[in-house]
Design a protein around this ligand. Structure first.
Ligand code: NDP
Length: 487
């Protein structure tokens, strides 16, 4: 069968000229499709087309750009079911979660197309009364959007929507594990944009590297692992690219001593969801639980009960809560972390093993009595594993939560105002969720402290990430000044 054209440059669909890429179904381990990566020459052609398109796109009014983006949002919404199915087949996430993800993409497009219409800078007080002083916000230019596999469309639209709304042009590089949903989104919604404004180059990390190294790409927006983010930061220094990096996390989940009875059950259900959503492959998955000793035993019992109630299976089937992990490599990493914890004396209360004999499934796992030096309390696991640690006080919980090189998000369950205030002030994380884990808000910035990245997506900050700042100083009288030569 002829290889499909899956690279979109200018306004042409092309077959990639790079290496073959076999896209696999993580549920069946079968190959879905073999496509070809874009070559370095094709990436270069996309960068030229993007630079050619930039002038026209940035000159459109924000209202006209909003109109184009709203149409793309409508297209996306209309085709939700079709796209969600592709996402589930290539990524393994349950269909219902993928439908939700597309809904969030649509909302994000609509949010930024309107937000960009509200301001293009500010008027500031001038030095003298015959002057006008402005702070203008302008697009940066060509943005390379490098996207991972865990939320292949949401993490794309968190970049693409604000970047385009602000007047930039974008070249998208999806993960090699999940390119097919992005290809379909381009076919249905993005290929209708003016030529060169949104382009797609598929392939492995090397295609992303070509974007990072290219002198005519002006900004990189990246979500992925911390080591790749560090490489991008080092490499992008050569061309002084603007960077927005959303990297790994090791989020803490704190349960305070005031949480008892029904609320304790809610906190257990919330913890189970925060740990196992998308098989734990969420950058803000709860990966370390710190539970006060006075409620610990009861909390752990309830947590195990709810973990055991999760329905694992075919992610396309109604009623499935948990599908497979995305790849054999991701599951092996989870197994390594659980094995290491066991070797150091941890007990596995449930899970700790694969599910079924086909597909990259791993059972929801609860670990207790974990040694402080265990990998599972230190490195990002990115799998369905909940290590639950007993703590003696809220101070200890916060100290342990902060004793990580990561600082993406943190969760807390408490009904006490003083505890909530202490947590929201003292936790060193980009988002603190109190009594409602993992709820993103288009209007609220998302990103990490410390090794979890730099810059923010979403919110006004997420638009600012794709804007240059220009100070304009205008004097309409053009008179000579006393401080000029001769002194
Ligand atoms: P990577 O950081 O390797 O990949 C993320 C994206 O970057 C992908 O599109 C990838 O392409 C691309 N990429 C890889 N290398 C380069 C490079 N040198 N220059 C430019 N782009 C590059 O993450 P993985 O997908 O390998 O996942 C590994 C781990 O990363 C996970 O276990 C998890 O810990 C973390 N991760 C965190 C995410 C988050 O949301 N914070 C999301 C995904 C992963 P390709 O996939 O084709 O190699």
């Amino acid at each position: 069968m002829a290889t499909r054209a899956t690279t979109y440059i200018g306004d042409d669909w092309l077959v990639g000229e790079g290496e073959e890429l076999s896209v696999e179904n993580p549920t069946t381990e079968a190959t879905i499709e073999v496509v070809r990566s874009a070559s370095t020459t094709q990436v270069d052609a996309a960068v030229r087309a993007a630079n050619a398109a930039f002038g026209g796109w940035r000159k459109l009014s924000t209202g006209d750009r909003a109109h184009v983006l709203q149409q793309a949002a409508n297209q996306l919404e209309t085709h939700t079911d079709e796209i969600a199915r592709i996402m589930t087949i290539e990524g393994g996430k349950p269909l219902l979660e993928n439908r939700d993800e597309i809904g969030w993409c649509v909302a994000c497009l609509r949010f930024y197309s309107e937000l960009a219409r509200t301001s293009e800078g500010t008027v500031i007080p001038p030095i003298e009364s015959t002057q006008l002083a402005l702070v203008l916000k302008e697009p940066i230019g060509v943005v390379g959007a490098i996207v991972p596999w865990n939320y292949p469309l949401l993490l794309l639209f968190w970049k693409l929507a604000p970047a385009l709304a602000a007047g930039n042009v974008v070249i998208v590089k999806p993960s090699e594990l999940t390119p097919l949903s992005t290809v379909r989104v381009f076919e249905l919604a993005l290929a209708h944009l003016p030529t060169g404004v949104a382009q797609l180059v598929i392939g492995a990390g090397t295609v992303g590297q070509s974007l990072v190294e290219h002198p005519d790409v002006h900004c990189i927006a990246f979500t992925g692992s911390t080591p790749t983010g560090q490489w991008i930061a080092r490499t992008a220094a050569d061309t002084m690219k603007r960077l927005n990096l959303e990297l790994g996390g090791k989020d803490a989940f704190i349960v305070c001593d005031d949480i008892t009875d029904e609320v304790l059950d809610t906190a257990a259900r919330g913890g189970v969801w925060a740990a196992y959503l998308n098989a734990g492959q969420v950058c803000t998955s709860a990966e370390r639980f710190y539970v006060h000793a006075s409620v610990y035993d009861d909390y752990v019992d309830r947590f195990v009960h709810h973990a055991n109630a999760i329905r694992i299976g075919d992610p396309l089937a109604d009623g499935t809560d948990l599908g497979p992990m995305v790849s054999a490599a991701q599951r092996e990493r989870t197994e390594r972390h659980v094995g290491d914890a066991r070797d150091r004396g941890a007990s596995v209360l449930t899970g700790g093993e694969r599910f079924g004999d086909r597909g990259w499934f791993y059972r929801p796992t609860v670990l207790v009595d974990i040694g402080d030096d265990a990998l599972v309390l230190d490195e990002e696991t990115f799998g369905p594993v909940a290590p639950i640690v007993r703590v003696g006080s809220l101070d200890e919980a916060i100290a342990r939560a902060n004793a990580s090189r990561y600082g993406l998000g943190a969760n807390v369950y408490t009904r006490r105002l003083d505890y909530a205030m202490q947590c929201l002030r003292e936790l060193r994380a980009g988002t603190v969720w109190i009594n409602d884990p993992l709820t993103d808000n288009d209007a609220g910035p998302f990103g990490g402290f410390k090794m979890s990245g730099q810059g923010r997506e979403l919110g006004a900050e997420g638009l600012e990430a794709f804007r240059e700042t220009k100070h304009v100083h205008l004097d309409w009288e053009a008179q000579p000044k006393d401080w000029w030569y001769p002194y």
